[in-house]
Design a protein around this ligand. Structure first.
Ligand SMILES: [Zn+2]
Length: 265
């Protein structure tokens, strides 16, 4: 991998390095996550500046090293996610998805499926699709990158696939109503929330248009997702905390149509 390489990439984050330079973490399609050193990134009219803005994707060219830092030489086909760059709510959710991706896999692990999944999620946030639904689908489906794989299809005891379900930490999966008593520490989750999480575990982002949820249902879904992450992933991301804080004060700032009653399918 020592030679000059070229790959599509998504900026995960950037940070200042010494006075004039930057470190830029890019999730590349062809070589996984890499940390790039960008010399003189703070210099005015550095041609790389637009390419390394937060919430940007493009094609990145440079020396992709197997150890240590990589080096960025040029970029083309730069596509900023403009709405995300300009909207603090969209940006908060995007930052969370980016940090979650960074946490989920090791650097230099080739994972084009996750790359495309992240790309789709960011595109949807950028289009102003429901931030919470985009994020919950991402959270549920990225669980397996943390080594957590649940069977969302059926009751872990009897294989039932229809009806009400709850999540059981004892059985690491679903229980049908008939077997709720088998785990007294079951999540006591809202069956409607579990219903949607089961959908989210297999839905593709193309179908997201058809999902509309009431605020209360979203709250119940988030509660279960948070329990799952607490119990099985155990990471605490600042970007996630920020979304929670933002939602506490955010209701005052949100555009009014966000509070409209949505129909549920
Ligand atoms: Zn059962």
């Amino acid at each position: 991998m020592k030679q000059i390489a070229e790959s599509k990439g998504i900026i995960l984050f950037t940070k200042d390095y010494k006075e004039k330079d930057k470190l830029v973490k890019i999730f590349t399609e062809s070589a996984g996550k890499l940390m790039f050193f960008v010399k003189g990134a703070h210099r005015k009219n550095n041609p790389l500046t637009p390419a390394i803005m937060p919430y940007t994707q493009g094609v990145y060219l440079g020396k992709f090293n197997e150890e240590g830092l990589s080096f960025l030489n040029a970029a083309k086909e730069i596509q900023p996610f403009l709405k995300i760059q300009q909207d603090i709510f969209a940006a908060a959710y995007a930052t969370y998805l980016l940090t979650l991706t960074d946490a989920a896999i090791e650097d230099r692990v080739y994972d084009p499926n996750l790359f495309h999944f992240l790309q789709q999620a960011l595109t949807l946030l950028d289009e102003g699709k429901d931030f919470e639904i985009v994020t919950n689908i991402f959270e549920i489906q990225i669980l397996q990158r943390f080594g957590v794989l649940f069977n969302w299809e059926q009751c872990q005891i009897c294989g039932q696939t229809q009806g009400k379900f709850d999540f059981s930490p004892k059985y690491h999966g679903l229980l049908c109503e008939r077997h709720f008593l088998e785990d007294k520490h079951r999540y006591q989750a809202d069956p409607v929330a579990i219903h949607f999480i089961r959908q989210f575990s297999k839905v593709s982002y193309q179908k997201i248009q058809s999902i509309h949820l009431k605020p209360e249902t979203k709250k119940q879904i988030q509660k279960v997702v948070d329990q799952l992450f607490e119990e099985y992933v155990g990471i605490h991301l600042k970007s996630k905390k920020f979304i929670e804080q933002m939602n506490d004060w955010g209701n005052i700032l949100k555009p009014t149509n966000e509070n409209e009653e949505n129909t549920e399918k």
